[in-house]
Design a protein around this ligand. Structure first.
Ligand SMILES: *Cc1c(COP(=O)(O)O)cnc(C)c1O
Length: 225
């Protein structure tokens, strides 16, 4: 894999309207540095401890995004530096992020992960649950957490029509939500295998790993840590 060529290629292709999150989970610091030197500044990881080790070692103008399942007891390890948590799926988790962000005198931006895939293995919440969170008094009182968008993962399938349907469904939800919640700006959908469809369907943030860094040793379980 020529990492810097790949970064150039995706940056050109995606332009300024779609953000590229380079998913560097399981990849060594040296490869992230290579992407950084090619101009990439947003990296995504799915394990808090691994992300923290990399954050410590790498330049501080990198934006770190958490894209894996978050255990509440580990939020404290990333609260001082994380830029965006893509995978918020409960009010309890938001509460924990709010608490740890306050300790660090900062505000942490989050996306609500909506379940769009048919598979049971993909996590996320229903649109009703998401509305419930956004309308809850508890959430409205939180001062150190911001919900700035939605995230979704399509079914892992060769059937690209199925994938397209799921992305379109999430885009409709996003448009509908924006009417009542104008603070929602980010729609995070699309990975190496399906980002083109995702962008077609309205995504403005794609999460690309293997197509930049090459395959990972073992398939990543969807639930992260
Ligand atoms: C690993 C991962 C990606 C990147 O997957 P690739 O197929 O390697 O591009 C994107 N999003 C999430 C949530 C991931 O866990």
């Amino acid at each position: 894999m020529n990492i810097s060529e790949n970064i150039q290629k995706y940056k050109e292709e995606l332009g300024t309207e779609v953000s590229l999150v380079a998913i560097s989970k399981t990849k060594p610091i040296s490869e992230i540095s290579e992407a950084y030197k090619a101009g990439q500044r947003i990296f995504g990881e799915n394990k808090i401890q691994e992300m923290t080790t990399k954050w410590e070692a790498l330049p501080k103008d990198i934006e770190w995004h958490m894209v894996g399942n978050v255990q509440r007891n580990k939020v404290k390890y990333m609260a001082s530096y994380v830029n965006l948590v893509h995978t918020v799926d409960s009010l309890k988790l938001l509460k924990e992020i709010n608490k740890e962000a306050r300790k660090n005198e900062r505000s942490i931006s989050c996306l609500l992960q909506i379940k769009i895939a048919e598979e049971d293995s993909k996590s996320g919440i229903s649109t009703e649950e998401a509305k419930g969170i956004l309308n809850s008094e508890e959430f409205l009182k939180m001062q150190n957490v911001k919900v700035v968008g939605l995230m979704g993962m399509a079914t892992f399938t060769e059937d690209m029509e199925q994938v397209r349907k799921e992305f379109q469904a999430l885009n409709s939800v996003f448009k509908e939500f924006k009417i009542n919640y104008p603070q929602l700006k980010i729609l995070s959908m699309g990975m190496s295998g399906d980002y083109k469809i995702a962008v077609d369907c309205g995504s403005n943030m794609v999460r690309i790993g293997s197509a930049i860094f090459g395959g990972r040793e073992a398939p990543q379980p969807p639930k992260g840590e």
